[in-house]
Structure formats: structure tokens, C-alpha cells
Design a protein around this ligand. Structure first.
Ligand SMILES: Cc1cc2nc3c(=O)[nH]c(=O)nc-3n(C[C@H](O)[C@H](O)[C@H](O)COP(=O)(O)OP(=O)(O)OC[C@H]3O[C@@H](n4cnc5c(N)ncnc54)[C@H](O)[C@@H]3O)c2cc1C
Ligand code: SF4
Ligand code: SF4
Length: 370
């Protein structure tokens, strides 16, 4: 991976001004002049430096997918849909209070709380707050992790919470994030290894739990949601295939998904990783049974945590139904193909370093076509 010697002016020109910023939050707070305003990342003052880590850590200034594979897993992917993984399951939190609090089976909350409780990590960077006012949280106790349960469908810039020094020492911090955030953390770790004298937030991330994510919504979604809730207290938001499902104190209503498409963030249309391919563990819905999650075990640390959590009765696993695997792989490859091979769109520049990646995706996508 090439870490170009560029600064915040270049970040603004190449990423922010071109609608490519995913609001991962990684650059925010690395410099006093980069802030978020309603989930929009802005450079509030030109610092004038020609070279800065803000540019280097950004997942949209360049990613070498295969180098990240080698860096995290010690091998390159053979599966272009799901990346490197060693096991895939249906899973759920064993404690009904946790699964009730969670978006689906509560696996992310159960595993993150378990990791904090067991001292695997000293804390976890999460998205807390409410669906109308989400915010980055550094949770230090299992109870704080549980209070962050539930999906907020906007791009909460949670990695900003790493900037207080929480993730500096090895293994010190857990991160739960969208795939773009996982990529930012892993890119930061590569940069930190090459420059041990430089302080990079996330350098010491000891556990990375990634979510599945095909798109997130911009902040205008909040006004839309408030209007739909009609002043009632919003208890839960979900976006299954049927549409936007909002549960309020007054009951549950569903709106067609097409109503929220205009709020999809521009950056998501150039994203090629819907399953957090560089996480230790990736977790999504099952698109089938809302009481369970899909859990992808990718790395040795991820495997150790899951085994221990199963042994101690924290999460339950069952085999991933074989007939559903092609459905998941097709959905992921379709998204990658839309980004990489739609003749009407420029191929995302941030992937240019990954030689052969786009071709390999196409080959595996073709195999899955009826
Ligand atoms: C924007 C977005 C889009 C998603 N799209 C899909 C999809 O298309 N298909 C699919 O299968 N799954 C998708 N998911 C993942 C899904 O909604 C659940 O988060 C996942 O299945 C884990 O479920 P759980 O019951 O274990 O979650 P929980 O136990 O409730 O834990 C959820 C965790 O996610 C974190 N979180 C919540 N919102 C955000 C956010 N905006 N950014 C970063 N972290 C956050 C919280 O800190 C919490 O720790 C999406 C999630 C998000 C945030
Ligand atoms: S994608 Fe992340 S690192 Fe890049 S500009 Fe946006 S918030 Fe900063
Ligand atoms: S679709 Fe991609 S860029 Fe958009 S929030 Fe999800 S992981 Fe980030």
C-alpha cells in the first residue's frame, strides 16, 4: 500500500469535495482542524502541511485489498465475495435481555460486552445515543456496551472516539464498525507498523467486529424519520427487504424502501465491501430469521473469542444453512459488480492499488449467474 505524502488540503479536494467520505471518523480529531458537523466531515481551517496522517489513514485515499488480507490474516482471499474466513454460522446472544436489546440476535453486543468483561480489550468504540441522535461512545463496561445496542442507519463517525489515546497500546481497544471503518482501522495499523514512531489512533485495536453494510443514510434522514414518527418516541428502526420499519410508542409502521433511497450517502455507491472483510468477526442479519445473526469468523483472535463465548454460554451457534450461502455471495458480488463494472460509473480510484481485484470479482460473479 502506498501512503502518499499529502495533507488535509488534498484530503478535502480528493475525498471530501468529491462525496467520497464515508464519515468513518478516523481522521477526525487527528488534527484540531478536522471536525464533524451533522455527520459531515469538514476541514475547518487549512493547516498548510503538505503531509499528514489524516490523508494516510483515510480508507478513500487508497486501499490495497490484498495487502490488507495479508496484513490481517497472513494470506490472500480466494473467495471474492466474502474475503478470508474460516467459519460462517447463525448465532445469537444466549441472554434474552441482550438479544432483545440487540438489532437482531444481539451477537455484536454479547461478544463486545464479553470481550470487555473478560479483559480481552479495555474498552470498545461503539455507536451509542439514539437513532435520532447517535454518537461515538467508548464503552468501558459490559453495561455501557449493552446501552449502545441497536443499529443506527446513518454514518456515525465513531472512530473519532479513538483519538483520546484509547487505542494506542497493543490490544487495548475493541472496535465495532461498518466495513469502511474496519478498513480505516486496518489501514491505520499498517501505517503504524511501518512508522512505529508515529502515533496512529487504532494502532492497538485488539478486536475488530465489523457489521454487514450495503449502504448508510445521510443526516437528512433524521428529519424524515421524525416526521414519520409523528412526534411519538422511536423505539426501534429496521430496514428489512420489505422497507423501512419504525417501531414507536404508538406501534409499528412500514414505508417502502424507495422512500429512503434519496438519503443514501454518495460514498456508499463506491463501496466494495459489504461484509467487513478485514474484521476479526463480521456480523449481519440472516435476511431470514430476525432472532439470529449471520456470524463470520475470520481470524484467530475472532475464533478464540467466539469459542470462549460459546463455552461460557454467552452466545449460541448453529450451522449456516448451506442453501443460503449462494444467496449471500450473490448479493455481495452484485454490489461489487455495480461498483467495479458499471460502464456508467468511474471505477473507484481508492482501489487502484489492488491489481487484479476487479477481474477476480467478475470471474466469481460470472460463475454464480444462472
Ligand atoms: C448503516 C448500517 C447498515 C447496515 N446494513 C446491513 C445490511 O444491508 N445487511 C445486513 O445483514 N446487516 C446490515 N447492518 C448490520 C445490522 O443492522 C446489525 O448491526 C448486525 O446484524 C448486528 O446485529 P446485532 O443484533 O448483533 O446488533 P447489536 O447487538 O444491536 O449491536 C449493534 C452494534 O452496532 C453498532 N452500531 C450501530 N449503528 C452503527 C453505525 N451506524 N455505525 C457503526 N456502528 C454502529 C453499535 O455500537 C452496536 O455495538 C447494517 C448496520 C448499519 C449500522
Ligand atoms: S472517509 Fe474517514 S478518514 Fe476519510 S475523510 Fe472521511 S472521515 Fe476522514
Ligand atoms: S456502504 Fe460502505 S461506505 Fe457506506 S457506510 Fe457502509 S461500509 Fe461505509
Amino acid at each position: 500500500m502506498v501512503f502518499a505524502a499529502k495533507g488535509s488540503g488534498d484530503l478535502k479536494k480528493e475525498v471530501l469535495d468529491r462525496g467520497l467520505c464515508t464519515a468513518c471518523g478516523m481522521c477526525v480529531g487527528m488534527c484540531p482542524y478536522i471536525k464533524t458537523v451533522r455527520e459531515k466531515v469538514v476541514v475547518i481551517h487549512p493547516c498548510g502541511l503538505k503531509e499528514g496522517n489524516c490523508y494516510k489513514v483515510c480508507p478513500r485515499t487508497g486501499i490495497d485489498a490484498l495487502e490488507l488480507d495479508r496484513s490481517v490474516f497472513g494470506e490472500e482471499r480466494r473467495d471474492q465475495a466474502l474475503g478470508v474466513y474460516e467459519g460462517i454460522y447463525f448465532a445469537r446472544a444466549a441472554d434474552p435481555a441482550v438479544s432483545r436489546a440487540g438489532q437482531y440476535g444481539g451477537v455484536v453486543t454479547a461478544l463486545a460486552a464479553f470481550a470487555v468483561e473478560q479483559g480481552v480489550v479495555g474498552g470498545a468504540v461503539l455507536s451509542g445515543g439514539t437513532v435520532l441522535e447517535p454518537r461515538p461512545v467508548l464503552a468501558k463496561t459490559a453495561q455501557e456496551v449493552i446501552s449502545c445496542a441497536g443499529s443506527k442507519y446513518t454514518a456515525v463517525p465513531t472512530l473519532a472516539a479513538l483519538n483520546g489515546g484509547a487505542g494506542d497500546s497493543p490490544g487495548s481497544i475493541g472496535v465495532v464498525g461498518r466495513p469502511c471503518q474496519v478498513a480505516a482501522v486496518r489501514k491505520g495499523q499498517v501505517l503504524a507498523r511501518r512508522n512505529p514512531e508515529t502515533r496512529i489512533p487504532a494502532a492497538g485495536a485488539g478486536l475488530v467486529i465489523g457489521l454487514f453494510c450495503f449502504w448508510s443514510l445521510g443526516p437528512d434522514f433524521y428529519s424524515y424519520l421524525e416526521e414519520k414518527a409523528g412526534g411519538e418516541n422511536i423505539v426501534r428502526v429496521d430496514i428489512p427487504v420489505e422497507g423501512l420499519r419504525v417501531t414507536t410508542s404508538g406501534g409499528e409502521r412500514v414505508w417502502p424502501v424507495d422512500e429512503i433511497r434519496p438519503y443514501i450517502r454518495e460514498a456508499c455507491s463506491t463501496c466494495i465491501d459489504p461484509t467487513s472483510e478485514w474484521a476479526d468477526l463480521s456480523v449481519g442479519s440472516t435476511e431470514y430469521d430476525p432472532a439470529w445473526n449471520t456470524l463470520v469468523v475470520r481470524s484467530d483472535p475472532g475464533r478464540r473469542l467466539v469459542n470462549s463465548a460459546v463455552e461460557k454460554g454467552v452466545v449460541e451457534l448453529k450451522p449456516y444453512p448451506e442453501e443460503r450461502l449462494p444467496i449471500l455471495r450473490r448479493a455481495v458480488l452484485n454490489k461489487k459488480m455495480r461498483v467495479l463494472h458499471d460502464p456508467d460509473r468511474p471505477r473507484p480510484g481508492y482501489l487502484e492499488a489492488a491489481g487484479g481485484y476487479a477481474g477476480a470479482v467478475k470471474t466469481q460473479w460470472e460463475v454464480l449467474q444462472p
